[in-house]
Design a protein around this ligand. Structure first.
Ligand SMILES: *Cc1c(COP(=O)(O)O)cnc(C)c1O
Length: 226
């Protein structure tokens, strides 16, 4: 199955209004170009170095999303190339992004990553931390970042009931922010959740953006491409 075929099969399962982020991490520029030629314009990378290198090599109308942990000392490097940062996981990082974006004279869209999984390793704000930040009004003080929504990574498990509960929990916070008007709902309108194994469930739970890698590019473990 080619990347192009994988993409068109996948697209047939994604409703209009849900954005597909093609996660191209670890795949070479040629693979990204195949997806690009099939019409894909939004790509996700989890490492700054790789995002910056690919952005330099590939067409300028690609929107690059950073989906992996962002170290504070890499903020400056990534900002000129990134359309959306999914992985803001601390107020320190948010402050840093705001400051550096200001110095570059640009405004950057970000999502707050919320820790929804049971695994310890997954980063992100806890629910109480995220809620305090979203409700508290201090986000208005960041002049150079726009918080566009929330992102979460579910527990890596076959237990779909658990994954569903995690997605529903994140959707509940997303809906609360919008309904309570803590942030302007026409700006705070992105809920990024769901990967190859669970994107359909995520969409059923209200995701507006899904991050899919293996179903498009193949399983890295086998090195076989698509
Ligand atoms: C790798 C990755 C994805 C895509 O995973 P697949 O299972 O290959 O679709 C999505 N989100 C994040 C944060 C990732 O690191």
């Amino acid at each position: 199955m080619s990347i192009q075929e994988n993409l068109s099969r996948l697209r047939a399962t994604i409703p209009a209004g849900v954005t597909l982020v093609a996660v191209s991490k670890t795949w070479p520029a040629e693979a990204v170009l195949q997806a690009y030629d099939a019409g894909q314009r939004v790509f996700g990378e989890n490492r700054v170095q790789e995002l910056v290198a690919k952005a330099a090599d590939l067409p300028g109308d690609i929107q690059w999303h950073l989906i992996g942990h962002l170290q504070r000392n890499k903020v400056r490097q990534v900002l000129p190339h990134v359309a959306l940062i999914h992985s803001i996981d601390s107020t320190e990082l948010l402050e840093r992004v705001d400051r550096e974006a200001g110095q570059l004279g640009r405004r950057v869209d970000v999502l707050l990553q919320v820790h929804i999984a049971q695994e310890e390793a997954k980063t992100g704000f806890s629910y109480p931390e995220a809620e305090a930040l979203l409700q508290g009004g201090q986000l208005a003080g960041y002049r150079n970042v726009t918080v566009r929504g929330l992102m979460g990574v579910a527990t890596f498990t076959d237990n779909m009931a658990q994954v569903k509960a995690e997605f529903e929990g994140l959707h509940a916070l997303y809906a609360k922010v919008r309904e309570a008007g803590w942030l302007n709902p026409s700006e705070f309108n992105v809920l990024s959740m769901g990967m190859s194994g669970d994107y359909q469930l995520a969409i059923a739970c209200g995701a507006t953006m899904v991050r899919v890698g293996s179903l498009i590019f193949g399983h890295r473990d086998y090195g076989a491409g698509a």
